[in-house]
Write a protein that binds this ligand. Structure first.
Ligand SMILES: C[S@@+](CC[C@H](N)C(=O)[O-])C[C@H]1O[C@@H](n2cnc3c(N)ncnc32)[C@H](O)[C@@H]1O
Length: 284
């Protein structure tokens, strides 16, 4: 069910609202280089209105005026627009499939390059580092973890996660086929869980925008989970093109549970490794 519109949005002429939103997104792109022009409209609209109400601004144009003249407001809006929800061993069945079906393939490589595109605050990256370490593959891996949002990349680097989520993460880890005691991987500090720095030895974090930045070379695995759902069809297709260019032949692409390659012209270039877990292998 669609979320209800914020109160102020209800009184808006939808045609005018669309014009103002398009102008705002165009302005953001031209002034700051962040391209949200092809993000799913309904979701962008909802998020913009939340910010307009939080700042007591009253119109999209008033928000445009603020954003274009105030880089701090742009940073705030970046957090609003790029939904950062994530978890360790999110969708544990995905990690079970990865262990059972992808790890045996990775064992045949002397060196593997893994790219987490849209890694948010890094929970997915630490999960993969743990999995690869347990499977004896970490030492031959280089993990690139990127996100459009500098603030979350910075948090990801810190390796500190909320202590109150450790019970949920421990359960996920066990369901994901984890073989140790999860608490071995972190030390509790006040209300945070500080993860072992050893897990970051082969990880490189950086800011990267899937819409405007270039591809990465010769990746063995690309994970881009729960990111494409926020893009419209045209933008999804562009990003699929970027992944196709970035993957080596027989490389593995992992998408989120609500995402797939269906209806993409790249669909024929992949074979499913696990259709239910949205894991594919580039075959041509
Ligand atoms: C919902 S989180 C997904 C995090 C993680 N992959 C997961 O599945 O738990 C979506 C992430 O995509 C990032 N994102 C959105 N647009 C992006 C873009 N154009 N380039 C790179 N990252 C982007 C957001 O900043 C956010 O951190």
């Amino acid at each position: 069910m669609a979320a209800p519109s914020p109160a102020a949005a209800v009184h808006y002429d939808p045609t005018l609202e669309r014009i103002e939103i398009e102008l705002l997104l165009e302005g953001i792109y031209r002034h700051y280089g962040f391209d949200f022009r092809s993000y799913a409209y309904a979701s962008i609209r909802r998020r913009l209105w939340k910010r307009i109400e939080a700042e007591a601004l009253g119109s999209v144009s008033a928000l445009q005026e603020r954003v274009l003249h105030d880089p701090d407001m742009m940073n705030q809006l970046l957090l609003d627009l790029s939904i950062n929800v994530t978890a360790m061993f999110r969708d544990p069945s995905f990690y079970v499939a990865f262990r059972n079906k992808v790890v045996p393939l990775l064992r045949t490589y002397p060196f593997i390059r893994v790219w987490h595109a849209g890694c948010s605050t890094g929970e997915e990256v630490y999960s993969m580092a743990i999995l690869l370490a347990e499977e004896g593959l970490y030492d031959r891996a280089r993990i690139y973890a990127t996100d459009i949002n500098e603030v979350v990349v910075h948090r990801a680097k810190s390796g500190i996660f909320p202590l109150d989520r450790m019970q949920e993460y421990t359960e996920n880890y066990i369901k994901a086929g984890g073989t140790r005691s999860f608490s071995e991987y972190y030390t509790a500090k006040y209300d945070g869980a500080l993860f072992k720095q050893e897990l970051l030895r082969n990880v490189v974090f950086s800011q990267h925008n899937l819409v405007t930045d270039r591809s990465f070379a010769e990746c063995t695995v690309i994970l881009c989970r729960n990111v494409l759902i926020y893009f419209d069809k045209t933008l999804q297709e562009r990003v699929h093109g970027l992944f196709y260019e970035s993957l080596s032949t027989f490389g593995v692409l992992a998408l989120g549970s609500k995402e797939s390659l269906r209806f993409s012209k790249y669909e024929a270039c992949y074979e499913p490794i696990s259709a239910s877990e949205k894991i594919y292998r580039k075959v041509r």
